[in-house]
Structure formats: structure tokens, C-alpha cells
Design a protein. Structure first.
Lengths: 274, 292
């Protein structure tokens, strides 16, 4: 079969077609972000003429966008901490339950996450308005944590499943409490899984748009929403919007290789293997 | 010690599950309650119960009926095409041909792009005359200047294509892991029996990944509705509602027209349908996870 020509023709054709489809919009954005304003309307269009960093320096100097970037980082990191504080103990506990109880809880966790995000937008808006937390990072952190906890519990419990029970039991026999066993034995062993989960939470929070759009005005606006300010009204200067897009992609491109296996979501990974 | 264990476990689990229940069930109950009420955000104290009135409004709301149709199209068409394209890509990537290795590492990128960024990236790509698509066309000697987002049909097709762009990598990843788990011996046996590569794909690969495709389809059906930010950036639901699904219509109803009770009714109807279809599958999949 190795010498089968059909295999090669198919493989190269399909790979090339998808490479074009999947990457050309992103590459075009990268090229636009480096263009001089005059090159943007050249006919026929060009990929790169004289690369210039002017759009990048412009958006970094833009106070609104740079503070939105900082908001994004603060909200994402706080979401990781809060989600982990809730999910690590829960996942450790769930991982040590009997199978029936475990299945029920994991089903509950997933079911609670099944409703589309849009259903939460009105009650959260009214609630945060009532308690004067609209346009604060706290509101976004709470919402993002709500979306992240089910995912985190799902993954972390699977990682805790892989911690050898003999080691935990040995610690318990030596007099360690459950909490000590978790913090001193199981968490260090599941470290890489916990890191992967943290990255997934970061990406989810970094990418979140709907709640950042409705729950913030100026102070707490995140980059995923602030980026809209750069969209020109009448097809004029797209350089800043493109540069902002590229900046938003940097952490994604850096982190995703570490979590490639898991980005398909907690709901699907288990099912496909069977 | 054995007897003290369950107690400790519930102390560990309760905070997270409690938070989760509070943060999901209370808001959902609030939306359902709101959908039965007459609510004005300026005068919340005047809220009164009006039963199913908001739901009755569906019948005479042409925009709701249009949005329902658009929702149906924007779920079914992208999911079907994502599955077909994802399978095509997964089969190609499984072969690990020289020069396609980098694809195996990089093809996931569109799926993890922030949706709002994806919207801008595509808007930029589709600018009539000077966008990336016009550039690609010019490479092939064509002068392409059509405004794809300007007419109803082409705008809808554009949104579907962007939706496929976001979804294909995930589908391909899942199907690829399913394909990679097929033992090589099966292909070798087929080869010895004189089957060509194409025949082996048709008779071995595709039948063996079909069961996985069912589950993938269900979850992509939930996932494709997350395209809201893309629609927000790319078309704003237009032109003339051509790309306005129910969640987008509900968003505008709530935050542009401030008709929160009617928006709640739309969202309740929308969510009930989606979750009803998916709940059964979630049970199945969670059983698989525990059984492993």
C-alpha cells in the first residue's frame, strides 16, 4: 500500500486545500498588520511590500487597548486561580468516589454546562446591575469561573484517576490526612495535567466575548471586545485591527501545542476512544 | 479511617458543585420566570405575571420565524459539512506524508482563535476588491470584487464557511484520533488481499469512524451556536436578517430593544430544544468516561 499513488495524490491535494482554507485568512491578517497604509488598497493586492511595525506601536500606545489587554490577563489569571481552588478538591474527591456516584456527579457537572451561554446573559446582567458590579473585573471572573469549573472538574478528575492509589494509601497509612495526601502527594503527581487544565481555562477566558461585551463598558473591558474599536467604518485603515488580532493570537499560539489533545473539549474526548 | 473518607470527600466536592448549581440553576430559573412576566427594566417593581403571552408572540413574529429557520440552517449545514470536511482532512493527515507533518501540528489553530478575532480576520479577508480572497483570485488571473457580505444568500454562505473554518479542525482532530486507533494490521491484511488505498479507506476507515461521528455531530451541534461573536462582527445578523439565528435575535431583543421578557422567552424555547436533544448523549458519553 505504501507505493499506492492514490494515497499520495489524495494526501497532498487535501492537505494543500485545507492548508489554504485554514491558514490564508490568518496569514492575510498577519500581512495586513505589517503593511503601510498606502499598500492596503493596491491593485492587485500584495502580500507584503515594505514591512512596518507602525500598527503595532500604535495599538500598544493606545491606552484603551493596552488597558484592555491588561484586563484580559488579570481576568484570565484570576479565573484560573478561582477555578482551581474550587475544582482541584472537587475533582480529587470525585476521583475517589465509587463508580456510580462518580458517573452521577460527572453527568450533573456536564449537564449544568449544557445550556448555551446566551441563556445566562440576561440574569447575570440584571444581577450584576443590581449589585453594582457591571463593568468590573470581578463580574467577568465569576462568569468565566462558572464556565470553567465543569471543564476543570472533568479533566482534573481524569488526571487524579491516574495517580497510583498505592502511593496515596501509603501516605494515609503513614498518618497523612486526606487533605495532606491531596496537597503533598496527588497534586504534585498530577502536576502536568493541572498545568494543561490551567492553560485551557486561560484560553477559554481569553477568548470569552459575549459576557465581556454585555457586562463591561470602559473600565473592565477585555481585549476580545476592545479589538472591535479598531474596525474601520468604511473600509479604510485595517492595519490596527489586524495588528490587534495578531497580538491576541500570540498567547494562543504559544499555549495550544501543550494542550492539543484536550482542546476538543471534555465532552468528546472520552467518547471517541471507545 | 475508611469510614471517615466519604465525609471528607463531600467536604471537598460540595463547594464546587454548590457554586456550579447556584451559578447555573438560579439564573436559568430566573430566565424562565422572566419569560412568564411583563418586565420593564426601568420599573422592575411593576413586573406582573402574564403567563404564556410572550410565547404566543412567537406566532405573529416574522423575525422570530426567520431566526428559527436561520438557526436550523446554521446548525445543520455547518455540522454536516464539518463532518465531511473533517473526515477528508483526518484521512489525509493520518497518512503522515512527507511535508504534511507541520499540518498535523498546526491545523488546529482556527478552532482556538478567539471568535471575535476570527470575525475580524474573515471580515478583512472578504473586503471587496482588496481583501485576501481578491488577492487569491488575482493569483489565478481573476478580478474578484464582489461584496460577499452584501447579499442575503452569499452572506449566509459566508457565515457557514466561517463556521466550517472554526469547526473543521476539532472534528478532524477527533476523527484523526479515532482513525489512529485502527490497528495497522487491518490495512495490511486488506493490502495483501489486493485492496487499493482508496478501497481500504472506503471499506475500513470510514465504517470504523462512523460511530464516533455520531457523538461528534451532537457536540458540534451545540458548539456551532457559539458562532455568535463571528456573526456580531462579520454581518451583524444582516443583510435583512439573513444571518440572524435565534441567539443573536434574543441578544438584540434584550440589549438593543430592551424587551427582556420576550428575549427570555426566545432563549427558553431555544435552550429547551438544544438541551433536550443533547442530554441523552451527555449521559452516554459520561458513562463511557467512567467505564474506561
Amino acid at each position: 500500500m505504501r507505493r499506492d499513488l492514490g494515497r499520495r495524490i489524495y494526501g497532498y491535494l487535501v492537505s494543500a486545500a485545507f492548508a489554504l482554507f485554514l491558514f490564508s485568512p490568518i496569514l492575510w491578517t498577519l500581512s495586513t498588520s505589517l503593511k503601510q497604509p498606502t499598500e492596503m488598497f493596491q491593485w492587485p493586492p500584495v502580500i507584503v511590500g515594505e514591512p512596518s511595525a507602525q500598527h503595532y506601536t500604535a495599538i500598544i500606545a493606545d491606552k484603551d487597548f493596552s488597558s484592555a489587554l491588561i484586563n484580559s490577563i488579570v481576568v484570565s489569571c484570576s479565573t484560573i486561580i478561582l477555578t482551581m481552588a474550587l475544582s482541584i478538591p472537587a475533582a480529587f474527591g470525585i476521583s475517589h468516589l465509587q463508580k456510580t456516584a462518580m458517573r452521577r456527579l460527572l453527568t450533573l457537572v456536564l449537564a449544568l454546562r449544557a445550556a448555551p451561554a446566551m441563556i445566562y446573559i440576561i440574569p447575570y446582567f440584571l444581577f450584576f446591575r443590581q449589585v453594582h458590579l457591571v463593568d468590573t473585573k470581578i463580574a467577568l471572573i465569576i462568569v468565566n469561573t462558572m464556565f470553567a469549573v465543569p471543564l476543570a472538574i472533568w479533566y482534573l478528575s481524569a488526571f487524579f484517576d491516574q495517580v497510583p492509589r498505592e502511593i496515596e494509601e501509603a501516605a494515609m497509612i503513614d498518618g497523612a490526612s486526606t487533605l495532606q495526601t491531596m496537597t503533598l502527594i496527588s497534586i504534585p503527581i498530577a502536576k502536568s495535567g493541572i498545568m494543561a487544565t490551567a492553560i485551557l481555562i486561560f484560553i477559554g477566558s481569553w477568548n470569552e466575548f459575549l459576557f465581556a461585551l454585555t457586562l463591561t463598558r470602559d473600565d473592565a473591558k477585555t481585549a476580545a471586545v476592545a479589538i472591535l474599536n479598531f474596525i474601520p467604518f468604511e473600509g479604510t485603515d485595517w492595519g490596527k485591527a489586524a495588528a490587534a488580532c495578531v497580538l491576541m493570537l500570540v498567547p494562543i499560539v504559544v499555549f495550544v501545542p501543550f494542550v492539543k489533545k484536550y482542546v476538543a473539549g471534555p465532552t468528546t474526548t472520552g467518547s471517541v476512544k471507545g | 479511617m475508611a469510614s471517615s473518607r466519604p465525609k471528607v470527600s463531600s467536604a471537598l466536592i460540595t463547594p464546587a458543585i454548590g457554586f456550579l448549581c447556584l451559578a447555573t440553576l438560579v439564573p436559568i430559573a430566573a430566565v424562565v420566570a422572566l419569560s412568564f412576566g411583563d418586565f420593564n427594566i426601568a420599573f422592575p417593581e411593576k413586573t406582573r405575571f402574564i403567563g404564556l403571552y410572550n410565547y404566543a408572540r412567537f406566532l405573529s413574529d416574522g423575525r422570530f420565524i426567520n431566526a428559527t429557520l436561520v438557526t436550523f440552517i446554521l446548525v445543520v449545514v455547518p455540522v454536516v459539512l464539518q463532518l465531511l470536511c473533517g473526515l477528508a482532512l483526518a484521512i489525509a493527515l493520518k497518512e503522515k506524508l512527507v511535508g504534511t507533518r507541520w499540518m498535523r501540528a498546526a491545523f488546529l489553530l482556527p478552532s482556538v482563535v478567539p471568535p471575535a478575532v476570527g470575525g475580524i480576520v474573515w471580515k478583512l479577508f472578504l473586503i471587496p476588491g482588496v481583501g485576501g480572497l481578491s488577492y487569491l483570485a488575482s493569483l489565478f488571473g481573476h478580478n474578484f470584487e464582489a461584496d460577499l457580505l452584501g447579499s442575503k444568500t452569499s452572506a449566509l454562505i459566508s457565515v457557514i464557511i466561517v463556521s466550517i473554518w472554526f469547526g473543521v479542525p476539532i472534528v478532524a482532530l477527533l476523527l484523526l484520533s479515532s482513525l489512529d486507533s485502527i490497528p495497522d494490521e487491518i490495512y495490511e491484511a486488506a493490502n495483501l488481499d489486493g485492496a487499493s488505498w482508496a478501497q481500504a479507506q472506503w471499506h475500513i476507515s470510514i465504517p470504523l469512524v462512523l460511530p464516533a461521528m455520531g457523538a461528534v455531530a451532537v457536540f458540534q451541534a451545540l458548539e456551532v451556536l457559539g458562532i455568535f461573536p463571528v456573526i456580531f462582527v462579520l454581518t451583524g445578523g444582516g443583510p435583512a436578517g439573513a444571518t440572524e439565528p435565534l441567539n443573536f435575535y434574543a441578544f438584540l431583543t434584550a440589549f438593543t430593544y430592551l424587551d427582556l421578557d420576550y428575549s427570555a422567552a426566545i432563549l427558553v424555547a431555544f435552550t429547551t430544544t438544544i438541551v433536550g436533544v443533547c442530554f441523552w448523549s451527555i449521559r452516554q458519553i459520561s458513562a463511557t468516561r467512567v467505564g474506561r
